[in-house]
Design a protein around this ligand. Structure first.
Ligand code: FES
Length: 107
């Protein structure tokens, strides 16, 4: 295993998140949506900036995830809000893949 600092947390294993799927993970008091985008993993805060919708329950299409509540879109690589009604980005978190283990950096 690579040497990671204490802010890195095991978020799961790659085999648990098929391509195009999302897993909800809680680290401390932060809820994350860990997304598998063509075999690459990205983590965003699992709270829609429009009205706190649970993004992990949304549909992941390409690089965008759609909030299940009112349909806002977010780019899971950048966190950018790409579709109304959200205008503010969601937080993104660094991800490190070590073999099958997915680590997220939540500081
Ligand atoms: S809570 Fe996400 S679009 Fe409204």
């Amino acid at each position: 295993m690579a040497v990671l600092g204490t802010d890195w947390t095991l978020a799961g294993h790659a085999g648990e998140i098929p391509e195009g799927q999302v897993k909800q993970v809680t680290v401390g008091d932060v809820r994350l949506a860990v997304c598998n985008l063509d075999g690459k993993f990205f983590a965003i805060e699992d709270v829609c900036t429009h009205d706190n919708g649970p993004l992990n329950q949304g549909c992941l299409e390409g690089e965008e995830i759609e909030c299940p509540r009112h349909g806002a879109l977010f780019n899971v690589r950048t966190g950018e809000a790409t579709g109304m009604p959200a205008v503010m980005p969601v937080r993104t978190f660094a991800v490190h893949l070590d073999g099958d283990a997915i680590y997220v950096h939540v500081a």
